[in-house]
Design a protein around this ligand. Structure first.
Ligand SMILES: NC(=O)c1ccc[n+]([C@@H]2O[C@H](COP(=O)([O-])OP(=O)(O)OC[C@H]3O[C@@H](n4cnc5c(N)ncnc54)[C@H](O)[C@@H]3O)[C@@H](O)[C@H]2O)c1
Ligand SMILES: O=c1ccn([C@@H]2O[C@H](COP(=O)(O)OP(=O)(O)O[C@H]3O[C@H](CO)[C@@H](O)[C@H](O)[C@H]3O)[C@@H](O)[C@H]2O)c(=O)[nH]1
Length: 331
C-alpha cells in the first residue's frame, strides 16, 4: 500500500516518511525541493521532484503510485515572509492544495487525505488551552492559507465524501533520536533551532522577543511537541482513515502545556552546558502571548501518546542534530 507524501523531503515530512516505513507502508514523495532535501529521504523512497502548481505532475504521481492515501505537508511556512509576499503564499499553499484536491477527485477514487494545518489558524485567543472548536481568526497570510485549505477540504468532503484528517500542529521541535535528520530551514526563525545556532557560535546572541507579556515570567508560552511524536500522530491519523474511522476529523497536536521562552532557553543552556548570551528585545509582531493546545480529542479518539514529552528530550535531540550537522544537509 503506497502513501504519497507531499513535502516529504521537508523537516516534518521526512520524519513522517520514516515513521510510515517503520509502520510497514510503502512511501512515495512529491516535493519540489524548494525547502526540502533529497538527502533527508531514506534510500529506495521514490521522489517525484515536481511542483503542486503543476497539475499534470500531480496527476502522474497519483497514477503511477496508485496511492491509497496522501499526507499533504507541502507548503511555504514562514509567517513573516507570508506578510511580505502574500500572493506567493496564496498561490503556493492554496492553489497547490486545490490542484491536489482536484487531481484526487479526477482519479474517481476516494483517496483519504491527512493535511498539515497549524495553531496559527486560531490567532490570538483567550482560550487556555485551545480546543478545536475555538474561533478561527488567523492573523497572518500563512495562517489564512492553512485555514482556506481546511475549508476546501471540508467542502470536498461535503460534496464528494473526500475522507480527511486535519492536524493542527503547535510548536514542532526536536530531531530524529538517531541524529541523522532534523530541522534545516534556510531562514531560521524557530526558537530552539536559533538557540542551537547560537551555541554553535553561528549567531552572537539570543534575542528574547518581549518580557512584558501577561504570563508568569513575562515571556511567551508555547506548546512544544517533538517531531517524532508528531510523525507518530500522522501514522495514527492515517490508520484511522484507512480503517474507515474518523473520516472527517480535525485534531490539535500538542501536549497541553506551555513553556516560556525563558524556560526553553534555560533548558538549552543546561543541555549545551553553557549560558548563551541573551538580550531582551521588542515584541515580535504577531506573537500571541500564549498558545497551548487542548489535546484531549487526539488522545481519546486516536490514542495519541507522546514518547518524547519532556522539554529536555526535545532540546537534546535538536542539539545532537545541529551539533553533528552544523550546515544542515550540506556537508
Ligand atoms: N515547522 C512547524 O513548526 C510547523 C508548525 C505548524 C504547521 N506546520 C506545517 O507542516 C508542514 C511541513 O512543515 P515543515 O516544517 O516540515 O516545512 P519544510 O519547509 O521543511 O517542508 C515543506 C516541504 O514542502 C515542499 N514544498 C513546498 N511547496 C511545494 C510545492 N508547491 N510543490 C511541491 N513541494 C513543495 C518543500 O520543498 C519542503 O520539502 C507545512 O505544511 C507547515 O505549514 C509546520
Ligand atoms: O529568536 C527568537 C525566536 C523566537 N522567540 C520567541 O519564541 C516563541 C516561539 O517562536 P517560534 O519558535 O518562532 O515559533 P512560533 O512563532 O510560536 O510559531 C511556530 O508554532 C506555531 C504554532 O504554535 C506554528 O503555527 C508556526 O508555523 C511555527 O513556526 C515566540 O514567543 C517567539 O517570540 C524569541 O523570543 N526569540
Amino acid at each position: 500500500m503506497t502513501i504519497l507524501v507531499t513535502g516529504g523531503a521537508g523537516y516534518i515530512g521526512s520524519h513522517t516518511v520514516r515513521a510510515l516505513l517503520k509502520a510497514g507502508y510503502e512511501v512515495a514523495v512529491f516535493d519540489n525541493l524548494s525547502s526540502g532535501h533529497a538527502a533527508a529521504l531514506p534510500h529506495g523512497v521514490r521522489l517525484f521532484q515536481a511542483d503542486l502548481l503543476n497539475p499534470d505532475a500531480v496527476m502522474q504521481a497519483l497514477a503511477e503510485t496508485q496511492a491509497e492515501a496522501i499526507i499533504h505537508f507541502a507548503a511555504r511556512i514562514e509567517v513573516g515572509e507570508s506578510m511580505r509576499e502574500p500572493l506567493g503564499y496564496y498561490r503556493n499553499n492554496v492553489l497547490g492544495s486545490l490542484n491536489l484536491l482536484q487531481e484526487i477527485q479526477n482519479t474517481g477514487r476516494r483517496i483519504p487525505l491527512v493535511f498539515s494545518s497549524t495553531a496559527a489558524v486560531y490567532g490570538t485567543t483567550d482560550a487556555v488551552p485551545i480546543p478545536e472548536d475555538a474561533p478561527l481568526r488567523p492573523e497572518s497570510v500563512y495562517g489564512e492559507t492553512k485555514l482556506m485549505t481546511e475549508q476546501m477540504i471540508r467542502a470536498a468532503h461535503a460534496a464528494h465524501g473526500q475522507p480527511y484528517t486535519v492536524l493542527r500542529y503547535f510548536n514542532v521541535c526536536g530531531a530524529s533520536p538517531e541524529g541523522d535528520i532534523g530541522e534545516a530551514h534556510a531562514s531560521q526563525t524557530h526558537l530552539i533551532e536559533l538557540a542551537c545556532m547560537t551555541a554553535l557560535g553561528k549567531r552572537a546572541k539570543m534575542m528574547v522577543f518581549g518580557d512584558d507579556y501577561p504570563t508568569p515570567d513575562g515571556t511567551c508560552l508555547r506548546d512544544y511537541i517533538h517531531v517524532q511524536d508528531l510523525a507518530g500522530a500522522h501514522v495514527l491519523a492515517l490508520k484511522a482513515l484507512l480503517d474507515g474511522r474518523h473520516g472527517a476529523a480535525t485534531y490539535n497536536v500538542g501536549l497541553g502545556r506551555g513553556f516560556s521562552v525563558r524556560e526553553v532557553l534555560d533548558m538549552v543552556d543546561r543541555v549545551v552546558g553553557t549560558r548563551l548570551p541573551r538580550e531582551i528585545a521588542e515584541r515580535r509582531a504577531g506573537d500571541p502571548p500564549r498558545l497551548v493546545a487542548d489535546g484531549t480529542r487526539i488522545r481519546e479518539e486516536l490514542g495519541f501518546t507522546p514518547q518524547f514529552p519532556e522539554l529536555r528530550q526535545m532540546v537534546e535531540t535538536a542539539w545532537m542534530w545541529h551539533r553533528t550537522h552544523p550546515n544542515g544537509f550540506e556537508f
